[in-house]
Unconditional design. Structure first.
Lengths: 263, 92
């Protein structure tokens, strides 16, 4: 069951990326002066390579016999491609999303001055050592020293994994199922964010390399700056929104468990 | 304090990204559409580079932004070699 859920999640993020790429590649390739209409223009864009592929395949004498096999093979390869894209997006997502997450988590702890959390951390110093204090007190980024950021990222990962392990070990099954669902949604949203950012970069390069898109300044502005900017804003909002929900529910659950254990 | 500094860096990067657009509008008024496209290309690729470079905060973003802007500036584009739209007759 878990395997099917994971397959669905990867398919959503991978499929979203490929769908967006196909839509925007079609939009960018339609000539501005086209008189064929929308359907005609789309057929004009994608019809060429289908015709070329079919003519190559028809050279084989057994093309009709293998037609169904080729169709099935192409469909399964496409499903595999979508799944692998989703998996790659899921693996790449911490690279692009962790900055905002770390910033949010650190500010959340610092502004609210969570004393119970520092007490909880002190109780488990054997695992965390001085990670929490260094994470809160030291700056996140130093322009002169890029190593500071890497060290802070490691500390955040250790603190995050500690909280997760603490919750998984101590919480009831009912809360655990809800928390697991929230974490899965968080991971999927991260992958979707990465797919939007990847689309943004692809759109920049596609529109610059496409001669129809750079035919005039308005088209170039829309495809290279306006749509990518909107995509970046949407992806940042998704990242902060989902992490805010997960982080708050994790901290709330940890607080209640700690309170129950203390009393 | 750290957040404010981070926001300031972000603002500077956004200024870098969108400043070519302002110049582009000026040049467009002077009927120099090709220059506008070049500026916009540089701005677009600057943004793409900044996104890719954001893996390493601030330094990576600035470096990616600069590389993207330079690539966009020298990218062969504009109105010099626009292909003619094709005419395809569909079989009824």
């Amino acid at each position: 069951m878990k395997g099917i859920t994971r397959f669905a999640e990867y398919s959503i993020s991978g499929g979203l990326l490929w769908l967006n790429v196909v839509v925007f590649a079609t939009l960018l390739s339609i000539p501005p002066e086209s008189s064929l209409g929308l359907i005609g223009s789309i057929l004009d864009v994608w019809g060429d390579w289908v015709t070329v592929l079919e003519s190559h395949l028809r050279q084989s004498s057994n093309f009709d016999a293998f037609k169904n096999t080729i169709n099935t093979l192409a469909a399964s390869l496409f499903v595999l491609l979508v799944f692998c894209t989703g998996l790659a997006l899921d693996l790449l997502s911490p690279l692009f999303c962790s900055q905002l997450e770390i910033l949010f988590f650190r500010n959340n702890i610092k502004v609210k001055e969570e004393k119970w959390f520092s007490t909880l951390v002190k109780k488990h110093e054997k695992y965390l050592h001085d990670d929490y204090n260094s994470f809160v007190s030291e700056p996140l980024i130093k322009i002169s020293d890029p190593g500071v950021w890497r060290a802070q990222k490691k500390r955040f990962n250790r603190i995050n994994s500690f909280i997760m392990a603490y919750l998984f070990v101590n919480s009831d099954n009912v809360y655990l199922t809800q928390l697991t669902d929230k974490i899965r949604i968080w991971y999927t949203c991260r992958a979707i964010t990465t797919s939007l950012l990847a689309l943004c970069v692809l759109l920049n390069f596609l529109s610059v390399s496409n001669s129809f898109a750079v035919a005039n300044a308005t088209n170039t502005f829309i495809y290279t700056l306006l749509i990518p900017s909107i995509l970046v804003i949407i992806s940042f909002s998704i990242t902060i929104g989902t992490f805010c929900r997960v982080s708050n529910s994790m901290l709330a659950l940890a607080y209640h468990i700690d309170k129950n254990q203390s009393s | 304090m750290q957040t404010r500094r981070y926001c300031l860096h972000l603002l500077l990067i956004l200024c870098l990204v969108f400043s070519p657009t302002v110049f582009a509008n000026d040049t467009q008024k002077e009927d120099d559409d090709n220059n506008a496209v070049v500026y916009l290309q540089a701005g677009g690729l600057c943004m793409g580079g900044a996104i890719l470079g954001s893996v390493v905060p601030v330094l990576g973003t600035i470096a990616g932004c600069a590389v993207g802007a330079v690539a966009g500036w020298f990218w062969p584009g504009g109105s010099s070699d626009k292909p003619e739209p094709r005419e395809v007759v569909l079989d009824q």
